[in-house]
Write a protein that binds this ligand. Structure first.
Ligand code: ZN
Length: 368
């Protein structure tokens, strides 16, 4: 009994106590503040990641504007190096990781010098996918959004395959970063992709965008009826009119996929909760809607991160074109506040040129 206990101790990842403080951007009632936080590694399985860069997601900007109350994912597009681990986990000190925000963990702000992630061992490794890449951190921040786009593509391919069809012609409705990222991921997979927006301003901007070469950019009302095998709803406002437009654009027996959050108005047309369809990745087939399958795509799995990491080098030149600029953490409060008001076209990346490295002291757990 005693021997078993001793061997389980030695198989554990060495634990250490970190001491010191670090800077983190804290969001409180729409106000951002760069704060000095003392590093408290929670008891139990945890990882501390020294952050190199964090991409600004539209979800972060919604949180700042107070438009996203159901869950906080503040600073989730992060890339860093594991500087501490405790508990049974496959993570190691020195591993380069990103974060999968779909895995439930307790964590601190991702716009910071360090992030403390607390979760049971298995979940800790799932939440922090390890990747090997020599690309700069500011480029790697695209792995998480790319994993979400890859997930959307895989979901669509699976739904169409079940209907003995392929993803040949896809219409993506939306003009935000996610709509464009999904469009170029699908284009890269060999599909013919149309990107459709109701905004004249965005239409002009997208037509000039070198990242979207090979993608047909059209105004919403110009989309040809029954032309698409699938329509992906990826815009800011998926209301009743947008959903009706998707139904008109998709061919018979095609697929309409909710990527973005639908408004409650859509439920009335669909006859069930479109939000639940999306979040639980369900699908319904309604005879009244020409046999069209209506389904949802939500988040990304660990496997999607692996696929995204492999795909990343091929798409890197396009992703670089979609990056607006880089700001250091010390200037990020002002930058994030302006971005939240401006609704930017491309992605901004916050970099963390950290200067402090913590002292790690061996804890009693590892003492001989
Ligand atoms: Zn995001």
């Amino acid at each position: 009994m005693k021997a078993a206990h001793a061997s389980s101790r030695t198989s554990r990842v060495p634990t250490a106590t970190l001491r010191g403080s670090f800077r983190a951007i804290v969001l409180n009632n729409g106000m951002l503040r760069l704060k000095e936080e003392s590093l408290r590694v929670p008891s139990g399985p945890a990882a501390v990641v020294r952050i190199a860069a964090t991409g600004v997601c539209s979800a972060d900007l919604k949180e700042i504007r107070g438009e996203r109350s159901w869950r906080s994912d503040f600073g989730h597009e992060l890339v860093g190096t594991v500087s501490h681990v405790s508990g049974d986990t496959s993570l190691h000190i020195g591993d380069r990781v990103c974060l999968n925000p779909n895995v439930q963990v307790a964590r601190t702000s991702g716009f910071a010098e360090y992030v403390v992630v607390n979760a049971p061992g298995e979940r800790l490794s799932e939440a922090l996918p390890v990747f090997a890449s020599n690309q700069p951190a500011a480029a790697i921040v695209w792995t998480e959004p790319l994993a979400v786009a890859v997930h959307c593509l895989a979901r669509l391919e699976c739904l169409l395959r079940a209907r003995e069809s392929t993803t040949r012609d896809v219409t993506v409705i939306g003009s935000g970063l996610f709509a464009r990222l999904i469009a170029l991921t699908m284009r890269h997979s060999g599909a013919h992709v149309s990107l459709c927006t109701s905004s004249s301003h965005r239409l002009e901007r997208m037509r000039r965008d070198p990242a979207l070469v090979g993608i047909t950019i059209i105004k919403t009302r110009e989309s040809e009826a029954g032309s698409a095998d699938a329509v992906v709803l990826a815009g800011e406002n998926v209301d009743g009119a947008t959903f009706q437009m998707a139904l008109a654009t998709v061919r018979r027996q095609g697929v309409v996929l909710f990527f973005a959050r639908p408004t409650p108005e859509v439920d009335g047309i669909l006859g069930c909760s479109a939000g639940r369809l999306r979040e639980q990745e369900l699908s319904v087939e309604t005879s009244g809607l020409q046999g069209t399958q209506i389904a949802g795509s939500y988040g990304a799995t660990f496997g999607d991160f692996t696929t995204a990491a492999a795909l990343h080098p091929e798409l890197a030149p396009l992703l670089a074109l979609m990056t607006d600029g880089v700001v250091p953490l010390t200037a990020a409060c002002d930058a994030l506040t302006s971005l939240a008001a401006a609704r930017p076209y491309g992605k901004t990346v916050v970099t963390t040129p950290y200067t402090r490295v913590f002292d790690a002291e061996s804890s009693a757990d590892n003492s001989p």
